[in-house]
Design a protein around this ligand. Structure first.
Ligand code: PGA
Length: 246
């Protein structure tokens, strides 16, 4: 399977720079598997003008459909822009926007309902890692989000789970390959997820770059990576895309 490479641009790149980057990226012959998550305001333009690339919202509303929710963007609105993925629960949003697992679960169900693939981000803090409580912390995150999930999906539903330890994001520190494999094992053997393992793809995120990409991809059960900082630089992103296709 072609590795999944999710490029999370966060609140970076002004519109003209985003278009410039997209011209370079869309001409790369190794763009299969790539999913770009630009700022929301660019999604519709980019998805209409770069049809060979998959796009992803960085967030969707906890409200469904259409309605009087000023400033919100529902899964259905995102879908109508020909966008088929959304990040949900990135730690930036959990930390800076106080998003909790209850509202994230709503968002995930809205995405599934609208036929958008949710990319659910989970990950422990440094404190949890150091106190060796990280497994319980992650199991609680999984239970809050995925209890009874099999009632809401069909056999064609795809869910991507991104393991992104918070201490690794933007820090240059990464877990060992054994650490990553251990968490992936924890996810797929989770009681809420084991029966729908076929619907789940696992990716790792946190300080992924061209130098560590190959090693990270040697983790067990891994289907791809979620890249922040390195994805804004087209040279670095291209180098990772090329290695993904070697
Ligand atoms: P990073 O960010 O690659 O810059 O560590 C990853 C992320 O925030 O998803």
């Amino acid at each position: 399977m072609t590795p999944i490479i999710i490029a999370n641009w966060k609140m970076n790149l002004q519109f003209q720079n985003a278009i410039h980057n997209m011209h370079i990226i869309s001409h790369n012959k190794n763009s299969k598997g790539l999913i770009i998550a630009p700022p929301t305001a660019y999604l519709s333009y980019l998805s209409q003008n770069f049809k060979n690339i998959n796009f992803c919202a960085q967030n969707i509303s906890k409200f469904q459909g259409l309605g009087t929710y000023t400033g919100e963007c529902s899964a259905e609105i995102i879908k109508s822009c020909d966008v088929h993925y959304t990040l949900i629960g990135h730690s930036d949003r959990r930390i800076f926007c106080n998003e909790d697992n209850d509202s994230l679960r709503n968002k995930m169900l809205n995405a599934i309902n609208a036929n958008i693939t949710p990319i659910i981000c989970i990950g422990e803090t440094l404190q949890e890692r150091k106190s060796n409580n990280y497994k319980n912390y992650l199991i609680n995150q999984l239970s809050d989000l995925f209890t009874d999930i099999n009632k809401y999906i069909t056999k064609n539903t795809k869910i991507i789970i991104a393991y992104e330890p918070i201490w690794s994001i933007g820090s240059g520190m990464t877990p060992t390959i054994d650490n990553i494999s251990e968490i992936f094992e924890l996810i797929i053997s989770n009681k809420h997820l084991s029966s729908i393992a076929k619907n789940i793809h696992l990716v790792y995120g946190g300080s992924v770059n061209v130098k560590n990409y190959h090693e990270i991809m040697s983790a067990k059960y891994i289907s791809g990576v979620l890249i922040g900082g390195a994805s804004i630089d087209t040279d670095q992103l291209a180098a990772i895309m090329n290695s993904a296709h070697q």
